[in-house]
Every structure is written in structure tokens, then in C-alpha cells.
Design a protein around this ligand. Structure first.
Ligand code: NAP
Length: 276
């Protein structure tokens, strides 16, 4: 078994994830795994970094596919005996003018951004080694979407006692409410992406709390962050940050020094803790 530290970035064949891998290849003292749902796109991305003189390793990972997540889990367990850095970056967004019915957009978006990310956490968090770092890439849109929720929902999403099961129930309810066209009446904002990222931010707060309760002595730091508005296929060419700039906050959180006792359980943008 290798004692080399290991970092994994989900959805890293392009965009911000690719830039995160590039930065980690330069700064992380260990093996860095670029993962992609499509092995061909993933291997091409690894080759591109190789041309830059950087060495990333590849492993397939489709966060919508539990078998794929478990295959990565087993690989990490066997080869490294765990994991030092996990960056949950993979995500999707429908374009603003997409005509897909809202209920379908809600189901598809939540499936990857919330349920897929949660499944990765469920399988990989138990592998995190002491002093490990977990970064969940959310969005400032989670904050604006929270502001668009009913007062009752806001209270639940800001609660310091909400459980993961309760959060899953709420995310499931959102999808069901969109199918019945009652989501606005039920206090939800009109954004599937926004609700999915509320899920990611709140999940991060819950997971950090669980780490405090169950693994306090392991000094694992877990946070959610927004990369900013970044020029990728998702956000388009008018966005203000380059992918390398978008990678800065996630990489900062992934490389917090081992004697840091925070941030933990926070939501950050531009390396700054934001009020949730
Ligand atoms: P992007 O260029 O569209 O890249 C998204 C990445 O996620 C791609 O590698 C994609 O793979 C992968 N992915 C999607 N579904 C996946 C799945 N089921 N399993 C594994 N990988 C999957 O988007 P981006 O702008 O870099 O976004 C990265 C993250 O930042 C997302 O979580 C996004 O919500 C967040 N974010 C972005 C912005 C922004 O302005 N760009 C702002 C706030 C937050 P394929 O190539 O196979 O599709």
C-alpha cells in the first residue's frame, strides 16, 4: 500500500475541475487524480496537463453511478488506504433558455449536483485520513436561492440541527413539488440549480458537524465554496474569472495547513467566509 498522500477532484476533465487539478499538480505533495465520467475525455485532459509538464493520474468517476463511485472507493482503499483531499466539483446546469420542462430540469439537476455529490461523500468521507480536507463546490447562487425560499424553508436550511435525512427529504420534496407544479406555493424559489446548490451548502454544514461529533481528533476540515463567475462551458465566455482564478478558493481550502483549525463547516467565496 502506498503512503503517498492522495487527492481526488470530481468532474475534472474540463472547466474549474481541470484548473483545480492543474493547481494541485503544482502544489500538492502527492498523487493527484483527475476523474471524469468519460474515460476518453479524462485521458485527453491528463495528456493536456502532461504537455504542460504536469503529472496527473486518471480514474473514471461518474457521480450519478453508485457502482462507479464504489469502484473508486475500493481502488483508493486498496492502493492508498484512504484519501487526503477530496474536491467535489462535478456539477451541471441547464442553460437559461433551455426549454426542457422545469420538473425535468429539477430532477436531472438535483440528481447530479445534490444526490450524486452526496453519494460520493457517503462512500468517500469514511476514507478521509486525519488532517484531510474536503471541499464541496457550491455557488453564490445557493445564497440567493436561499433568500428566495419561504421563511420556514430558510429557517430549516439555516438550522444547526437539521439532519442529512431531513435535508434529503427536503430536496426530494422540491423535485416532487415541481412535478405537481406547486413548488412556488410550497415556498421554493424558481431555480433548480439554486436549490441543488442550497443542498450542497447545507450538506457541507451537516457533514462538518458530523465530523466534529464523530472524528474530532482527526482534524479533518470540510467546507463549501463558490469559485466565482468563471469562463467555462457552464457559465460561458462573458464570465469574469479564468478557470485558474476560479480554482483559487477550492485549492486554498484543499491546501489549508495541517495546524489550521478552520475554516470548517463554512461557505466561502474569494477565500472569505460568507454568512449563510
Ligand atoms: P463545466 O465546465 O460544465 O464542467 C463540469 C464538469 O463536471 C465536467 O467535467 C463534467 O463532465 C463534470 N460532470 C458533470 N456531471 C458529471 C457526473 N455525473 N459525473 C462526473 N462528472 C460530471 O462547469 P464548471 O463551470 O467548471 O463547474 C464546475 C463546478 O463549479 C460545478 O459544480 C458548478 O456548479 C460550479 N460553479 C461554477 C460557476 C461558474 O461560473 N462556472 C459558478 C459557481 C459554481 P463532462 O465533460 O463529462 O460533462
Amino acid at each position: 500500500m502506498s503512503s503517498v498522500p492522495v487527492a481526488v477532484v470530481t468532474g475534472s476533465n474540463k472547466g474549474i475541475g481541470f484548473a483545480i487539478v492543474r493547481a494541485l499538480c503544482k502544489q500538492f505533495p502527492g498523487d493527484v487524480y483527475l476523474t471524469a465520467r468519460d474515460p476518453d475525455r479524462g485521458q485527453k485532459a491528463v495528456a493536456k496537463l502532461q504537455e504542460e509538464g504536469l503529472r496527473a493520474l486518471f480514474h473514471q468517476l461518474d457521480i450519478d453511478d453508485l457502482q462507479s463511485i464504489r469502484a473508486l472507493r475500493d481502488f483508493l482503499k486498496e492502493k492508498y488506504g484512504g484519501l487526503n483531499v477530496l474536491i467535489n466539483n462535478a456539477g451541471i446546469a441547464f442553460k437559461v433558455h433551455d426549454t426542457t420542462p422545469f420538473a425535468i430540469q429539477a430532477e436531472v439537476t438535483l440528481k447530479t449536483n445534490f444526490f450524486g455529490t452526496r453519494n460520493v461523500c457517503t462512500e468517500l468521507l469514511p476514507l478521509m485520513k486525519p488532517y484531510g480536507k474536503v471541499v464541496n463546490v457550491s455557488s453564490m447562487v445557493s445564497s440567493s436561492a436561499l433568500g428566495g425560499c419561504s421563511r420556514e424553508l430558510q429557517q430549516k436550511f439555516r438550522s444547526d440541527t437539521i439532519t442529512e435525512d431531513e435535508l434529503v427529504e427536503l430536496m426530494t420534496k422540491f423535485v416532487e413539488d415541481t412535478k405537481k407544479s406547486v413548488h412556488e406555493k410550497e415556498g421554493w424559489p424558481n431555480t433548480a440549480y439554486g436549490v441543488s446548490k442550497i443542498g450542497v451548502t447545507v450538506l457541507s454544514r451537516i457533514q462538518a458537524r458530523m465530523l466534529n461529533e464523530k472524528r474530532k481528533g482527526d482534524h479533518i476540515l470540510l467546507n463549501a465554496c463558490c469559485p466565482g463567475w468563471v469562463r467555462t462551458d457552464m457559465a460561458g465566455p462573458k464570465a469574469t474569472k479564468s478557470p485558474d482564478e476560479g480554482a483559487e478558493t477550492p485549492v486554498y481550502l484543499a491546501l489549508l495547513p495541517s495546524d489550521a483549525d478552520g475554516p470548517h463547516g463554512q461557505f466561502l467565496s474569494n477565500k472569505t467566509v460568507r454568512t449563510w
